[in-house]
Design a protein around this ligand. Structure first.
Ligand code: ADP
Length: 611
């Protein structure tokens, strides 16, 4: 079949691609298929018109001159994604074409026109432009995101899931983990911060696997800063970052260093704990009192000290006071309002118990108006302290008294002696001299005891140990004892034993025990001194058959200043002899003790090691 013009014209007209033909010098639009007319926004009326008349809007565009050039040179012209502006229904429309201008020749080879084959690529070009645009936007938003990260006041770090490499992080993060950017960026996170890997590696893995955010408060994180390992506390979040398909591609770490807050809180807690311990150890009772409501809150220990229980009022407390001390609390409170502190000591009574001394100390707290609102205070049982103080006062008065008697006597003897300077009375003179000597010896003994006591209490006594014959030592000691009592003394037992000790100090102990027997058991017909070899120790016992000592007093006899005869039945003494003796024996590594039955007598004993 031969294709006729009609068929060919139909083929061209049906093409979805614009095809048109320009003929002659006039550039007459000879053919323009439907796709062309559509692209131009024209109808068939343009056919037969010159190109410039058919499309006047292209006047300032290069198409006409391009067509002429093809006509003149015969060179085809090709353009890709070229822009053209048409007027469609009075509106400007921009289109893009990829097209070619082909020269059309007649049978003689003369160029008679130009055929244009075009593709409207407006859609493609526009979407490509859009793509570029959104790419720019993306770049911009990524930049913004990075800036956000950099400037964030909290630590931020992005870790890619595939290899756990740190892709982004800010200064705060570097500060937090104590690293430089060079040590972190581009590195696998747990290679860069190995100190935290054990604890936080599995958590991050969990976030990736579950696509769930993980948050922690005040988490302890070990870090190494300047080579020093330290523990910081961090509030942090591991946030999974997902792509469009919902896949976790990165983990974003957000964190704030809260170490300071935690450390301050811990320090406060520790301080409270320390105070609590101090209060417990010091057996201190504490209380709080509110001025406005008269509320009184006390601890159990406080109640114990003041001898009350349950919830108590200030009045309950004051009722426990010795009547003479009841005004103290009100007085203290009154002065405290201005002075800010409370301090007083009161005597308290408790049913069935001896009187107690309690010291109250408190600090006053003021409201914003400057008025006192409450007091916080402590109570301590100072009964023992007061007793010791009393003992000391008593001791000083006893010691002065003890010294005063022989001194008065010595003074009297010396006065009389001085009166007979001119003419000596041969009867009185030796008597007075003897009196003076005896009193001087008493004073010396008292002063020696006082000195020994203070030396012993400061551990200043040095032992001069040597081997000696115990029998000889006892014989010597007896010479130091009142003549009148010499007959009562009886030495027996292993008197040949050799002992290694400070002979002078042991003598002092014997003299003390024997003198006590003479003083406190004056009616005892005998005083027995017994020496017994007990294998590794020698035991020396001084026994009298006097009034004995009440069992409840036995345990305190060796205490400093203790005198069993509380009624003060007029035997002089400082209450130091047994204390000094006990110290001397203890320093030798021996033991000292007493057994006594009231009405039958006492046996004081001590041991010394024999080796
Ligand atoms: P001092 O004799 O100065 O009072 P001591 O320490 O030597 O001090 O004795 C303490 C107390 O022990 C004495 O006050 C006395 O009451 C009691 N005491 C000591 N020896 C005897 C004794 N042999 N018999 C009865 N009481 C004694």
């Amino acid at each position: 079949m031969k294709l006729n013009n009609e068929i060919l014209a139909g083929l061209i007209d049906g093409s979805p691609y614009p095809i048109y033909l320009i003929l002659g010098e006039e550039l007459t639009v000879a053919v323009a298929n439907a796709a062309t007319l559509e692209a131009w926004g024209k109808d068939k009326s343009v056919l037969g018109k010159p190109f410039s008349e058919a499309l006047p809007e292209l006047k300032d565009q290069p198409f006409e001159s391009l067509l002429r050039k093809v006509m003149q040179t015969g060179e085809p012209y090709r353009a890709v994604n070229d822009r053209a502006e048409f007027l469609i229904n009075g509106k400007k429309k921009v289109s893009y074409f990829t097209f070619s201008y082909q020269p059309l020749k007649d049978e003689q080879g003369e160029i008679i026109g130009v055929v244009c084959y075009a593709t409207d690529v407006t859609g493609l070009v526009e979407s490509a432009a859009e793509l570029t645009e959104s790419y720019h936007m993306l770049e911009l938003s990524e930049l913004r995101f990075r800036n956000l990260i950099q400037q964030a006041p909290f630590a931020m770090c992005v870790i890619s899931v595939s290899d756990l490499i740190v892709t982004d992080l800010n200064e705060s993060y570097l500060e937090l983990v104590g690293k430089t950017r060079a040590q972190l960026e581009g590195f696998r996170i747990w290679d860069a911060v190995p100190e935290a890997a054990d604890t936080y590696g599995p958590i991050m893995q969990q976030v990736i696997a579950s696509n769930r955010t993980f948050s922690a408060k005040e988490a302890a994180v070990p870090v190494v800063k300047d080579g020093v390992r330290e523990l910081i506390y961090v509030d942090f979040t591991y946030e999974p970052v997902v792509d469009l398909s919902g896949e976790v591609t990165a983990v974003m770490v957000l964190g704030i260093d809260v170490s300071e807050k935690v450390n301050i809180r811990r320090a406060t807690e520790e301080m409270e704990e320390r105070i609590r311990l101090a209060v417990d150890a010091g057996d201190i009772g504490t209380y709080e009192y509110r001025f406005d409501t008269d509320d009184f809150v006390t601890t159990e220990r406080f109640n114990e000290i003041v001898g009350l229980s349950g919830s108590i009022t200030r009045e309950d407390l004051i009722n426990q006071y010795h009547p003479d001390d009841r005004k103290l609390s009100a007085q203290a409170l009154q002065t405290a309002k201005a002075a800010g502190r409370i301090f007083y000591e009161a005597r308290l009574f408790q049913q069935g118990s001896p009187m107690k001394w309690v010291r109250f100390q408190a600090k006053v707290y003021y409201g914003s108006d400057g008025n006192p609102t409450r007091t916080l205070g402590t109570a301590i049982d100072i009964t023992q302290y007061k007793a010791l103080q009393q003992q000391k006062d008593d001791f000083i008065s006893i010691a002065s008294h003890e010294l005063k008697t022989p001194i008065t006597s010595l003074k009297a003897a010396l006065q009389l002696l001085s009166k007979m300077k001119e003419q000596i009375n041969p009867v009185l003179f030796p008597k007075l001299l003897d009196q003076a000597m005896r009193n001087m010896a008493k004073i010396t003994a008292l002063v020696d005891d006082l000195l020994d006591m203070s030396k012993l209490s400061q551990a200043q006594i040095e032992l001069k140990k040597a081997s000696f014959h115990i029998g000889n030592m006892l014989e010597n000691s007896c010479c130091l004892i009142q003549d009148s009592a010499q007959d009562k003394l009886q030495l027996k037992g292993d008197l040949e034993l050799m002992v290694h000790a400070d002979e002078h100090r042991i003598e002092q102990v014997i003299v003390n025990l024997v003198n006590n027997a003479i003083k406190y058991a004056p009616d005892s017909a005998q005083i027995l001194v017994d020496v017994k070899n007990e294998g590794d120790v020698v035991k020396v016992t001084v026994e009298d058959f006097g009034p004995g000592i009440a069992p409840e007093r036995l345990s305190q006899l060796f205490d400093r200043y203790y005198r069993a005869d509380a009624s003060g039945k007029q035997v002089s003494g400082l209450g130091l002899g047994l204390y000094i003796s006990a110290e001397i024996i203890k320093r030798h590594g021996g033991e000292i003790g007493v057994e006594s039955i009231e009405g039958q007598g006492s046996r004081f004993w001590f041991t010394l090691p024999l080796s």
